[in-house]
Design a binder for this molecule. Structure first.
Ligand SMILES: Nc1ncnc2c1ncn2[C@@H]1O[C@H](COP(=O)(O)OP(=O)(O)OP(=O)(O)O)[C@@H](O)[C@H]1O
Ligand SMILES: [Mg+2]
Length: 374
């Protein structure tokens, strides 16, 4: 059962909601788009879908069901009120407690293999619930944290309130953020803004705790969680990997970047019904190349920093290596700021000439500043 205390639906709206390709106007920033999600998501998991809803503040509750077995038996598409089944009684109970819509799934034929017995089935179901919680904590982390212009929402799974999972570990003191970039994309007469924020997360020894480091590893673990986190109207729709801009690499596993686009740009990003996949528009992929490579080259030097410390070194020596790793980070940031300033002031060629002189006279500093590859 999935229950919510949102706006709820009138009886007409419930009937419309159960049509495939239901139609209505969407406001900018609404998560829905195709009029398919409720039905396709449900019937991919279960054979019977029941919606019990009342318009917020309203007195009348509507119950409608799509039951695939009934439809097969009658050989006719029917959407009907199933009467007071045990599931409907429980759903009505939730409405009485203040919920406005309850979606009930019965006969979950895809969730467990058929021949599973009680104990196994219970454990499998529990594991699925845990995975679901991790997924929701990640995909809706901005909504859970109240970090969106939309209202903050709580998601409670089997009585447990979800905590947001922030891919960028922004509350870690050692997380580094590079300058935000914005891009304008053209779609017919409309211009949409895409925003890129780039982060380098701390390495294991720089995290506030090992537990926190492990938690930030994410469902796919550090290496595969590096890359772009693409948000549509603040909902995460794709994560991990660099979207064709570059390959994932162990050395850049601490680099993660967010890309934000609004629903006006849906056609450019080819958002799918499940809101789980997009393709990066070619014009954007080109614009991302430089800032992404910049991020990765800096993340690579952060990664290599602490690596130079051999475990067998005495304590004193180790401390000095750590200090220089800190300096290397600061220098790399300074170098990046220089590049970015030179780009903005239109003096990038001048910076290149300066880099040539510096490489000749103080090669080590040029390397620290990342100007050796200019
Ligand atoms: N929990 C709910 N509370 C209120 N209205 C709902 C709820 N679930 C669905 N609806 C209504 O039913 C309509 C159809 O939902 P459905 O998920 O099938 O499509 P959608 O959200 O419009 O688009 P998409 O296919 O992109 O998900 C929604 O547009 C909304 O008006
Ligand atoms: Mg939907």
């Amino acid at each position: 059962m999935v229950a919510d205390d949102g706006d709820g639906m009138t009886s007409n709206a419930v009937n419309e909601a159960l049509r495939f390709g239901s139609r209505r106007d969407y406001e900018e920033g609404e998560l829905g788009r195709y009029g398919l999600g409720l039905k396709t998501a449900s019937l991919s998991q279960c054979r019977s879908l029941t919606v019990v809803s009342r318009r917020k503040g309203g007195a009348r509750t509507t119950v409608r069901q799509i039951d695939l077995d009934l439809i097969a038996n009658l050989d006719q598409w029917v959407v009907a009120d199933p009467g007071r089944t045990p599931a409907v009684v429980r759903a009505r109970q939730r409405i009485a407690e203040g919920m406005n819509t309850v979606v009930v799934w019965d006969y979950l034929d895809r969730v467990l293999p058929e021949d599973m017995d009680g104990g196994w089935a219970r454990r499998r179901l529990d594991a699925t619930a845990t995975k679901t919680m991790e997924h929701l904590s990640m995909v809706f982390h901005r909504y859970l944290a109240g970090a969106t212009p939309a209202a903050k929402i709580d998601i409670i799974v089997n009585g447990q309130k979800l905590e947001p999972w922030d891919p960028f570990a922004t509350s870690e003191p050692e997380t580094t953020e590079l300058a935000t970039q914005t891009f304008e994309l053209q779609l017919g007469d409309t211009t949409g803004i895409v925003r890129l924020r780039r982060f380098i997360l701390p390495s294991r020894d720089r995290f506030s705790s090992v537990t926190e480091f492990e938690a930030k590893s994410g469902p796919l673990k550090w290496n595969r969680q590096q890359g772009l986190y693409i948000y549509r109207a603040d909902r995460l729709v794709q994560w991990g990997g660099w979207g064709g801009v570059r390959a994932i690499d162990e050395h850049t596993k601490l680099a993660r970047a967010s890309i934000d686009f609004g629903t006006v740009l849906d056609p450019l990003f080819n958002i799918n019904v499940a809101k789980m996949r997009v393709s990066l528009p070619t014009q954007l992929r080109q614009m991302l190349e430089r800032p992404v490579h910049e991020l990765c080259s800096q993340a690579g030097s952060f990664y290599r920093g602490p690596k130079t410390e051999a475990p067998s070194q005495p304590k004193e020596a180790r401390r000095s290596v750590e200090l220089s790793a800190g300096n290397a980070q600061a220098s790399a940031s300074a170098g990046l700021a220089l590049r970015s300033a030179a780009l903005q002031s239109g003096d990038f060629d001048a910076l290149k000439r300066i880099a040539v002189v510096l490489r000749d006279q103080v090669p080590e500093l040029a390397a620290h500043l990342g100007l050796d590859s200019l």
